[in-house]
Write a protein that binds this ligand. Sequence first.
Ligand SMILES: Nc1ncnc2c1ncn2[C@@H]1O[C@H](COP(=O)(O)OP(=O)(O)OP(=O)(O)O)[C@@H](O)[C@H]1O
Ligand SMILES: [Mn+2]
Length: 448
Amino acid sequence: MPVKMKLRVRIFLVLTVAFLFVVSFKILEPELKDHGLHRETRDFQDYYDFAEDGRISKDKYGKELDRIQHITSDSIRQNSLVEKHSKSELIADLIQKYKVNLNHEIKGSPWDVAAGWVTSRRIHPEEAPEMGAILNALATRPIMAADVGFKGTQLKMTLVLEGNQKAVFKPKWYDRDYVVVGTPYSGADRHNGEIAAFHLIRLLGLNRAPLVVGRTVNLQKEILPVSSTKLKSTFFQRDNNTCFYGQCLYCKSEEDGVCADGEMLEGAVVLWLPRKWTFYKKHRSPWQRTYKEGKVARWEYDDTYCDTVRAVAPYDSGPRLLDLLDAVVVDYLIGNADRHHYETFANATDSMIIMLDNAKSFGNYYHDEKSILTPIKQCCLLRRTTWDRLQLLKDEVLSNVLRGILEADPLAPILIEPHLKALDRRLEHILQELHLCVEQKSEQKVFV
Ligand SMILES: Nc1ncnc2c1ncn2[C@@H]1O[C@H](COP(=O)(O)OP(=O)(O)OP(=O)(O)O)[C@@H](O)[C@H]1O
Ligand SMILES: [Mn+2]
């Protein structure tokens, strides 16, 4: 009899597990159809040589991630540093401080000015009117050479602008109101996202992203005459539009190409960092995704994971962990779930995390990808300067200021209203999460 009982129990258990597995799989089944652009997950993994750290086959993704939604934000509002009547003044002041004047003129080379700005801790100063001249040069200087992009999975061009300045051109794939659905890392780059992120990173006082500006190029007149043979060989025509597919992991044939509107193609032009600093060290993010359905990374189920991270170099001392948590703030705001690796300057021990590549952003304004916040939730830590800045930008100051700043870009409007609204909403989430941290620990321990 006991044998039979055991068998029944066993069958019951097996069926329960199978049922749970099927249900969780169905719930989590991502829509991978989106433009077919992230279909090559396997290739992607091989390319980046992902380390297989502790994983389980069952996904606990998002189990507790909605808990902060239930916390009322009343207490936060009461503590507001900004009185209602001064809010519009604050917005105006911040726009004045951070809106770049592209008509600003300087003597000498804008490229030299930008190159001279870079230190191990910042790409550019907090405030510099010369930035207008540099962005203007990026947006208007004649293109002397064009080649396929450097590394990566995304279609890009490498340009040389007059005055011997290298830059990356990330083309437009989507209209401003396009909503990217699917996995948190679905879709192709958003050129407007790269532009918006640069200014957001400035506004947060981080200053760790290379300079970016919007630019429309004429592929026939500005690119083809100065194009490398390799890049030129990927050009083709579709419905009277000029297109190209370049060279990258996901750039193999005309199917993967991007098309101009006739000959004119919008894009984000990213200033290449000065040679003196271009020795990077590439680091795998401790909170990296597995990029594999059904595979869960340790950070997704182990809430003490931050203790493990903090115990080892380079996170056990120096600015690295705090830099990473700053990047998490940015990535949650912009909706970038794709910072699988990050780069630092190899020749500086105190190097910042360089906030390169922010184009996987502003894909879906309906969705807040809470999993991006996991490092902040698990570490309960943030630079006090970043916290103070977030406080300043709450209650819709962020959207109002960023809207004003982005008006200066040649491709304005850069973000449609729902994206700006999403920024305010996500900022609130970050503040709520950190308030929970303060309740659990103490303010001194959370903000350093
Ligand atoms: N502005 C820049 N200055 C210097 N180096 C750069 C710059 N932009 C990109 N790079 C280098 O080129 C690499 C690829 O760039 P980027 O990350 O933008 O491409 P990607 O195709 O989006 O890559 P991924 O698929 O990994 O996201 C970076 O890791 C960096 O080493
Ligand atoms: Mn990228």
